[in-house]
Unconditional design. Sequence first.
Length: 277
Amino acid sequence: MPFARPRILYVTDLAYRARGRRYCDEDIFLTSRLREEFDLALCHPRDAAALLDGFDAVVVRNSGPVREYKAAHDAFRERAAERGTRVYNQLTGRADMLGKQYLLDLTAAGFPVIPTVDRAEDLHLLPVADEYVVKPGLGADSAGLRIVPAAGVRQALGDVGDLLVQPRVAFAYEVSFYFVDQDYQYALHAPHPDRRWQLEPYDATVADLDFARRFIEWNGVDHGIQRVDACRASGGELLLVELEDLNPYLSLDALDEPVRDAFVTALRAALRRLLAT
């Protein structure tokens, strides 16, 4: 007898601990709402590849930095591609899904992004700054990030490889724009630069959304949740900090109930569209 409702494998690491956030709370909430329409099972990202065959689609959510289980993640991607599994987010993202190479690509293409290089011989291409940010090309949640003085940046980059360098930008605040299947949902900002995850609702302007949509369109993800992180620089312009297209934390606890409900409605509709493909 066929199943009456679509079966979704929801990939998450409920034990993952992140600074300033409780990922597990978000996934407990989301799965409680998705269960109203879909049959769900939760699994750890290390188990996902082995479980694909029993489900109509896979939703990858707060599963922690891929570097912690890279072999398992690679196996999941390979297995999903082999069997044509519907994956949300779809696995064709060009941004954080593949590491930080996109920051270099966007810098070279002239996008409004914090200028980024990965080679000592390219340091002259960056704006002059008193301090620079050095971070791993496959990093997440600020792991491995260092602030170094200008005099030490060449040595910090060294010969290790897979490190990125950016000028340390003075900014008024950080702001994040959240999209479901390229449709804008809401924005949140951190009014205090030293408290990144103390977020408040943000009324995005037309110019703000034009900025964010440039990166959504560049990425070309039709099925998935994306978060565009930016900072408001001293000159008033927005600069991209990160384009999260793998498993973006959504900060749903910072939303009022109507906005949170609207997001759930949008996500359900997005999953229905995915299942219809």
